[in-house]
Design a protein around this ligand. Structure first.
Ligand SMILES: [Mg+2]
Length: 193
């Protein structure tokens, strides 16, 4: 039996690793500004970058600070298919709703507005500053489905009664009970248009 399709009004999205190709930018900054080039995308097998890349915490912190600044955020590239599918969803339901654990809203909101062919009032972005804060924001907006790449956050969402959809990435390859998509095309197949 086919699963019931998701109502776009009940669906929201994480940004980094789902809409934005943030880890490729991380690797670019590591290489170009810090001279670190010994690993690639597939080597990022955990959200704990110290564990999987063998870099010291201080260096990772510096790269992440650079990654989150306005200039770097402006250089982000969307993940393949994200803009097309979000545009289609935006034809059914607006505002599109995005919840990021980034500490600062401004740069990522500007990037979303630049990246999507929708008017700013149709793109709603909340920056919580913490992974744990996502659930309350989503519940307060009546969201029941959330697309996320951080597996630990998926478990938190599930506990709060929100259905996570895991966006497949090298850093979330562990066993889990959630629906999973490997592309925006696969995600589109789950949505009621
Ligand atoms: Mg993410």
């Amino acid at each position: 039996m086919e699963r019931e399709k998701i109502d776009p009004a009940r669906l929201a999205f994480d940004i980094d690793g789902v809409v934005a190709d943030t880890m490729h930018l991380f690797l670019d900054i590591a290489r170009e500004e810090f001279g670190i080039s010994e690993f690639g995308y597939e080597d990022i097998t955990s959200y704990e970058l110290e564990d999987c890349l063998g870099l010291d915490g201080e260096t990772i912190k510096k790269i992440v600070i650079r990654l989150l600044d306005t200039d770097s955020t402006a250089a982000l590239v969307p993940i393949s298919g994200a803009v097309d599918v979000l545009t289609r969803i935006g034809e059914r339901h607006t505002p599109l709703f995005f919840v990021t654990a980034r500490p600062e809203l401004e740069a990522i909101e500007a990037w979303m507005q630049k990246t999507l062919p929708l008017t700013p009032e149709n793109i709603d972005v909340v920056a919580t500053g913490a992974f744990e804060a996502k659930t309350d924001v989503l519940l307060s907006r009546g969201i029941t489905w959330f697309v996320e790449d951080r597996l630990e956050t998926c478990f938190m969402l599930e506990e709060a009664g929100i259905n996570p959809i895991l966006f497949r990435q090298p850093w979330n390859r562990k066993e889990h009970p959630f629906p999973e998509v490997g592309s925006w095309k696969e995600l589109a197949d789950m949505i009621r248009f």
